[in-house]
Design a protein around this ligand. Structure first.
Ligand code: HEC
Length: 154
């Protein structure tokens, strides 16, 4: 009885192993590589930046200070994640607009992220909406990094 159970368990364990490895082989065709996942993450993050930036501009147009502060705080939280999308050195899968110099001068890349973080933190302060100029803000704090570290495909 005991040995039958034991061999049953062994047989079950074996079939699970076979199943697991065959489904892994199947999944490997579709599963994105770590580089592709990082690329997806950071482009989604940047698209969310774009969306939130649009909401910030809309809040100012509607003179809605509470909404402005809410959008600025969301953006502030999102900007803590920039470097996470670039942790894998030279993660440059097909389609990326990231330049290789990001990893050659990561300190500078980090400095550009800090510039944006500081500027966005400023937007969460009371009364910041009044002096917010979208063009100026975007050119300095988003464009400042793009000009150096993003391929301009236009
Ligand atoms: C520290 C550098 C840096 C800062 C700051 C930055 N970006 Fe980017 N951004 C990049 C890089 C690098 C890419 C290209 C990523 C890729 O394709 O792998 C990018 C790509 C994008 C994209 C394209 C995403 C896609 O779908 O391919 C948008 C939109 C974008 N950024 C918006 C913004 C906005 C809005 C801001 C400011 C609020 C901003 N970015 C600030 C570095 C930065």
């Amino acid at each position: 009885m005991f040995s039958t159970r034991k061999s049953l368990i062994a047989a079950l364990a074996l079939s699970f192993t076979v199943l697991a490895s065959s489904s892994l082989a199947l999944a490997q065709d579709k599963t994105p590589t770590p580089e592709e996942r990082a690329y997806k993450f950071r482009t989604s993050l940047f698209q969310t930046f774009g969306f939130k930036f649009g909401r910030l501009i809309a809040a100012k147009a509607q003179d809605d200070a509470a909404m402005f502060t809410k959008q600025a705080s969301d953006l502030q939280f999102l900007t803590t994640m920039i470097e996470e999308g670039f942790e894998i050195e030279n993660s440059l899968p097909e389609g990326t607009e990231a330049k290789p110099n990001i990893w050659e001068d990561f300190d500078e890349f980090k400095a550009k992220s800090d510039t944006l973080r500081t500027a966005v933190a400023g937007l969460t302060e009371e009364g910041a909406m009044a002096s917010f100029d979208p063009r100026d803000f975007g050119s300095k704090n988003c464009g400042g990094c793009h000009r150096e570290f993003r391929i301009n495909k236009e």
